[in-house]
Design a protein around this ligand. Structure first.
Ligand SMILES: [Zn+2]
Length: 253
């Protein structure tokens, strides 16, 4: 099984060759699960020599466009391909209606003269809260993370915790710096892939390098950083991390 980062950049990344932080989990049988599908996805897939027909399943962590904005591309190209094909769409059941009503329907509800809904493009696989889904013999547990935190509400992203071949992996997806929330997962994980902003002008909705660098050395020693900004980055290896993930970097388990 392989986990490949199609891109490792932030939402608005412009570094040539890098793309939004979407990943591809590939099984030994050749099945592919796209983890998040941002508005860069057609370029990110092409840069890895892939296209929509190479994707069997998609998982969406939350509804920012760098994670969901490429579904219109996948939905239209799969439905109107010759022959057409369908992609399974995994996401928290708490996101599914909002995904269609607020993220996708404006561009997709009118297609080929029909009034369409989400099921005309994808096979939705809603995942109950505090639950997991099975994919190619592995169990992927949803890990709620606080991403955009307001006074009365918070936008949650659903990270993933899973084990492949004896290696436990935490993929935070987008999150503020919240070791108090993620501590139990940090303990259990052999490998952590953590959201890491590197901008000199922090947004407050991502963990920033200047916060992550103060994590315990034992945790940094098993942590890769991704979702970083354009421009210069600190020397993460010198600071005790495994490093910044590179675009198209692939981890084999
Ligand atoms: Zn986000």
């Amino acid at each position: 099984m392989e986990l490949a980062f199609l891109g490792a950049g932030s939402a608005f990344c412009l570094t040539p060759g890098n793309f939004q932080s979407n990943m591809l989990l590939s099984s030994a049988s050749g099945r592919r699960l796209l983890i998040d599908c941002g508005s860069d996805i057609r370029f990110a897939l092409a840069a890895s020599g892939l296209g929509p027909r190479d994707i069997d399943d998609v998982y969406i962590s939350h509804l920012h466009a760098d994670h969901v904005g490429g579904l219109e591309y996948l939905g239209f190209t799969s439905r109107f391909a010759s022959p057409p094909f369908r992609i399974n769409l995994y996401t928290s059941e708490t996101l599914l209606e909002e995904m269609w009503v607020h993220s996708l329907s404006g561009g997709m509800r009118q297609a080929a003269g029909d009034q369409c809904t989400l099921v005309d493009f994808f096979d939705p696989r809603p995942i109950p809260p505090a639950s997991c889904f099975e994919w190619e013999g592995i169990s992927l547990e949803l890990v709620p993370t606080r991403h955009v935190v307001g006074e009365r509400s918070a936008m949650i992203s659903f990270g993933l915790f899973f084990e492949i071949g004896g290696t436990s992996i935490l993929l935070t997806t987008d999150t503020i710096f919240a070791p108090e929330d993620l501590g139990a997962y940090f303990e259990r994980a052999d490998l952590v892939f953590h959201d890491c902003e590197t901008s000199s002008d922090p947004t407050g909705v991502h963990a920033h390098y200047n916060e992550l660098v103060h994590l315990p050395a034992s945790l940094k020693a098993k942590t890769w950083l991704y979702h970083y900004n354009d421009g210069d980055k600190p020397d993460a290896r010198a600071d005790g991390f495994l490093g910044f993930v590179l675009p198209r970097q692939t981890f084999v388990f």
